[in-house]
Ligand binder design. Sequence first.
Ligand SMILES: *Cc1c(COP(=O)(O)O)cnc(C)c1O
Length: 331
Amino acid sequence: MRVVYPQRLALANTPTPLQPLQRFVAAPDAPRIWIKRDDLTGSATSGNKIRKLEFVLAEALAQGCDTIITCGGVQSNHCRTTALLCAQLGLHCCLILRGEPPADIDGNLLLDTLAGAEIRYFSSPDFLRQMQNGLLQNTVAEFAKNGKKAFVIPIGASDGIGVWGYVSAADELKSDFALHEINPGYIVTATGSGGTHAGLIAGKYLFEHQADVWGICVCDDEAAFQKKIRSDLQEWNLHYQLVQPVDDWQINLLDDYVAPGYAQAIPDVYALIAELARLEGIVLDPVYTGKAFYGMVQEIRRGRFADTQDIVFVHTGGIFGLFPQRDLLIS
Ligand SMILES: *Cc1c(COP(=O)(O)O)cnc(C)c1O
């Protein structure tokens, strides 16, 4: 199917390469692992969020906005990418961060600061309460009083517009598979706010991929993500009137690898991050990609993905999240 994309800014370094791992093996006779290198979509702006922001920021500019408001954790990759892209586009960026102001300005937060973002902290319980009380819309109103037109981007840029980012990546994967003459059975991604996963699923149906998409949950449980991903897909479909019902599209999720919680990982994940860096020169992060890659490897060892020769792992970036966790990586 030929897909007509909505308006879009050319911000990401795409297409990204699809590369097979050379030395790491999950198990004897395991499928060959290919990495979609979305850690190469930019330098400071690398990762998956820039793909979504190409569409979301195009919409903000089309609406004549001069300010972007978004939110996330203190070490949010999404907030870092948004802050830098706002600087690139000459927009004011207001970040609403969940957590206490840390003693050390490190990792993503250092880049937010360099990019000149206005940062507002809300401690975890307060963040939730304020969000339910319309914090984002209240912030828009506050900017309006000062003559600014603000645009709100939801957490992770995961919404009906953001879905386009990974529809476009699935479009690229179609060409990657043809180039390498492979027909992978599975595409695996980390699922954190759901937009990457939603886009890959939409892409599967639009471009008729054989590969099933599997998401490894990094924070919430399967039920929460089933709901979130379905609603992003419905919003996308409603708005763009592209396809028939998205309601029977299969959403495959594994939530066995969330523990001990968001942005925390078990020692095996840190060990695997080091192993992959050493064997392949590929750097995963402890919050998303390390956890998801670990989950995929465990599932390969249990035989879940045995009926294919090739499996694709989407490297969604996150390198700056390593630095605040340095002590856990080199112990
Ligand atoms: C945000 C993020 C994810 C999760 O993507 P979602 O679309 O939010 O589910 C995965 N990996 C990295 C590095 C991220 O920053």
